[in-house]
Design a protein around this ligand. Sequence first.
Ligand SMILES: [Zn+2]
Length: 140
Amino acid sequence: MIRYDLCCESGHGFEGWFRDSSAFEGQQEAGHLACPQCGTASVMRALMAPAVVKRGGEQRPDDGAGVPDVMMAALQKLRRAVETGCEDMGDAFAREALKIEAGEAERRGIYGRMTDAERDMLDEAGVDFVSVPWVRRADG
Ligand SMILES: [Zn+2]
């Protein structure tokens, strides 16, 4: 059994136990997971240290051009969950992620931006992070 930290689209955090990661994904896709606080089935794994929007050359336009609607909706939902459930560190993201990894800061979900150099630094430090395509909000 593995324990996952989960959060719903409203940012409520809770935990769930699953046989393995595919059991979690199966239940998630089937809509069998529900938030104990609000009952929504829009539940996903809480991101402990998601990194978003790289500065510089690789940054893609965020108008979602060419992104399928279903993907766009999922990304917008993800953005909302990240914004409600995680703390915006802005440019201090990489420094804070390193502190969390070292146990010098409270372990929590954070998001922000980082440079390629900072990304390499986190890789070397063994920090687990996720890159999230930052799409426009559903509400404009
Ligand atoms: Zn909820």
